[in-house]
Ligand binder design. Sequence first.
Ligand SMILES: NC(=O)c1ccc[n+]([C@@H]2O[C@H](COP(=O)([O-])OP(=O)(O)OC[C@H]3O[C@@H](n4cnc5c(N)ncnc54)[C@H](OP(=O)(O)O)[C@@H]3O)[C@@H](O)[C@H]2O)c1
Length: 192
Amino acid sequence: MLQLSLIACVDKKLGIGKGNDLIYTYKEDMEHFIKTTRGHIVIMGSETYLSLKRPLKDRLNIVLTSGNNKEVNERRKIDGKYLTDKTDILFVNSVEEVLRFIAKPRQKDRKAFVIGGESIYTQFLLFASELILTEVDDVRPADKYFPEFNWLKFEVVEERSLIENVTIKIYERKVDRHVETTIEELSASGVT
Ligand SMILES: NC(=O)c1ccc[n+]([C@@H]2O[C@H](COP(=O)([O-])OP(=O)(O)OC[C@H]3O[C@@H](n4cnc5c(N)ncnc54)[C@H](OP(=O)(O)O)[C@@H]3O)[C@@H](O)[C@H]2O)c1
């Protein structure tokens, strides 16, 4: 079965961002994020992409947009640096396109991580087999949130303290036939 993880840093109200920026940036959490995602596939919305200085290195960056690479990068106001010929960045126009891409047999050695923001977490939650949450025991003003999820459908399989008041928890989805069936159907849909 396809493994798809959502990875995020959340506060006690599931706040994740404000003004298209993060509300928490812990060095230790960044290290955890890099260690977890390096060598794999990261999936993000165009707003999160625009909030990054550059695509994340050593990972395939998949950026969701209703536009195209040129339009997104024009909003970024960079001078064509990432517009063409980059094999580590892929612009796509739908969730289905992402799911089909990561279900391809040739991607089987890479894990797929949804890295935000709010709209992307919300759309991919249904397909997530795992949630990797850095939980901050605090609340800050936010205008973007991680989606509420049904705790009963997940179990905590790992929990460790990162620094004081910050805990990493890994939630694994209990077997869900709907997710399995949807992914199997997409994989079998013939798109390679
Ligand atoms: N705490 C964390 O772990 C964390 C992680 C990541 C991000 N964040 C925060 O989250 C916030 C950004 O979240 P957001 O919800 O505003 O933006 P986002 O999810 O990063 O990006 C939204 C954009 O993605 C594109 N998009 C969304 N769904 C699509 C679909 N089905 N098909 C095609 N394109 C689609 C659209 O781009 P177009 O407008 O180009 O069409 C949309 O405007 C920021 O504050 C950021 O700092 C927090």
